[in-house]
Design a protein around this ligand. Structure first.
Ligand code: ADP
Length: 404
């Protein structure tokens, strides 16, 4: 059963065609620089030469058409006809509190995604453009929306309410929503398997440490708190995002530097984080290299990052009254033994102790704890596409059974 997974960003489109029954990724690819000069499609089929094509791609509709053409192309394609696609799963960033599960896309769902664009002005319109293009080119193929916010909908009000006048929650929906939900869900299910216990019996902290980074406290399978908020700006310091700061800093700087709202938004989202502190790069590989050479601001950027991850872990252990497992995932979590070591360094009182040799792993699933550790630390490569495909199959099958 083939599921096409589509992840539209503001100027990119990532895609995978998966056979969900055989665990096979038939194609993975990416369209880059949509709406800019030199847009490009990269299309990779297992055991075949990667196909790259630089071609004018003015919008997401053209990008989707190109992806579909590549899938059925006699030379580089893997299917003969688009009818061989059972369903399409779309990553959608923001659903506010409108959906706590993935859903089959209908006009009502499209309106809800549009309504949530105020909180994700770059992402939701791009996600919608992908949905609309796929629906028009494959009108008979079911489309499913899988939301980044959905998994976090189990948070209790004490975790998601900001200490602002309550009316802003009621009037505008201003509260914590959380993101990377698909990744947090995937790795929490995997770690339960690795620890050999039902997720309903476990207290887990999942650390999704990539360009964007967030942590979730998952108690007995349900998220009880997470570090990102109304938008993906809150929480940890990230590649270019500031994470938690005193809100007064924003007001001070806007006044001092005479900045507009848009300039400030850019400053906090694109010029801050480890890039802002180090002045070197937003990429943790560059920062680690510079820090090794003795660049003290690069080292400071790493210290701020690891310190904040530790703080959140401590807070979430308190919130859950214990922890059985900590998961590291995403680009940094999967690939940086040094950052994992720094984070785990002061956590021995929580029963955390990592095995240096095992920690020296990159990009593979592994319990890196020592035998005597009471809280397991596990590296799990995330697989959001796989999770989206599983959710998509589940929703479409349920609908089929319902209408049978
Ligand atoms: P996103 O999906 O949010 O763009 P990723 O999960 O791909 O992000 O993570 C990207 C980050 O992972 C980059 O900052 C990159 O520096 C970091 N990263 C990738 N490989 C390594 C590595 N070997 N060591 C340290 N950091 C790494």
């Amino acid at each position: 059963m083939n599921i096409l997974v589509i992840n539209c960003g503001s100027s990119s489109l990532k895609y995978q065609l998966l056979n969900i029954d055989t665990n096979e990724v038939k194609v993975l690819g990416m369209v880059d620089r949509i709406g800019m000069p030199n847009s490009k499609i990269t299309h990779c089929v297992a055991n075949r030469k990667k196909m790259e094509l630089t071609v004018d791609i003015p919008n997401h509709d053209v990008a989707v058409r190109l992806v579909l053409d590549s899938l059925i192309c006699p030379d580089n394609g893997v299917i003969k006809n688009l009818n061989e696609i059972y369903a399409v799963g779309h990553r959608v960033v923001h659903a506010a509190d409108k959906f706590s599960e993935s859903v089959l896309i209908t006009n009502k769902v499209i309106k809800a995604i549009k309504d949530c664009s105020v909180f994700a002005p770059l992402h939701n319109p791009a996600n919608l453009a992908g949905i609309e293009a796929c629906s028009s080119y494959m009108p008979n193929v079911p489309q499913v929306a899988v939301f980044d916010t959905a998994f976090h909908q189990t948070m209790p009000p004490r975790s998601y309410i900001y200490a602002l006048p309550y009316e802003v929650y009621e009037k505008y929906g201003i509260r914590r929503y959380g993101f990377h939900g698909t990744s947090h869900k995937y790795v929490s299910l995997r770690v339960a398997g690795i620890l050999g216990k039902p997720i309903e019996k476990l207290k887990i902290i999942t650390c999704h440490l990539g360009n964007g980074a967030s942590i979730a406290a998952i108690c007995h399978g349900k998220v009880v708190d997470t570090s990102m908020g109304l938008t993906p700006l809150e929480g940890l310091s990230m590649g270019t995002r500031c994470g938690d700061i005193d809100p007064e800093v924003v007001l001070f700087l806007m006044e001092k530097k005479n900045m507009t709202v848009q300039q400030m938004r850019n400053y906090l989202n694109k010029e801050s984080g480890v890039l802002g502190i180090s002045g070197v790069s937003s990429d943790f590989r560059d920062i680690e290299k510079e820090a090794e050479k003795g660049n003290h601001r690069a080292q400071l950027a790493l210290d701020v990052f690891t310190h904040r991850v530790q703080k959140y872990i401590g807070a979430y252990v308190a919130v859950m009254d214990g922890v059985d497992g900590i998961v590291f995932t995403a680009g940094i979590g999967e690939n940086s033994p040094e950052i994992r070591r720094s984070i785990c360094k002061n956590l021995s009182h929580l029963g955390i102790s990592i095995d240096e040799e095992k920690n020296n792993t990159r990009g593979q699933e592994l319990d890196i704890s020592t035998a005597q550790a009471s809280c397991r630390v596990v590296v799990i490569p995330t697989n959001e596409e796989w999770m989206i495909a599983i959710e998509t199959k589940k929703i479409v099958k349920a609908k089929e059974i319902q209408s049978a």
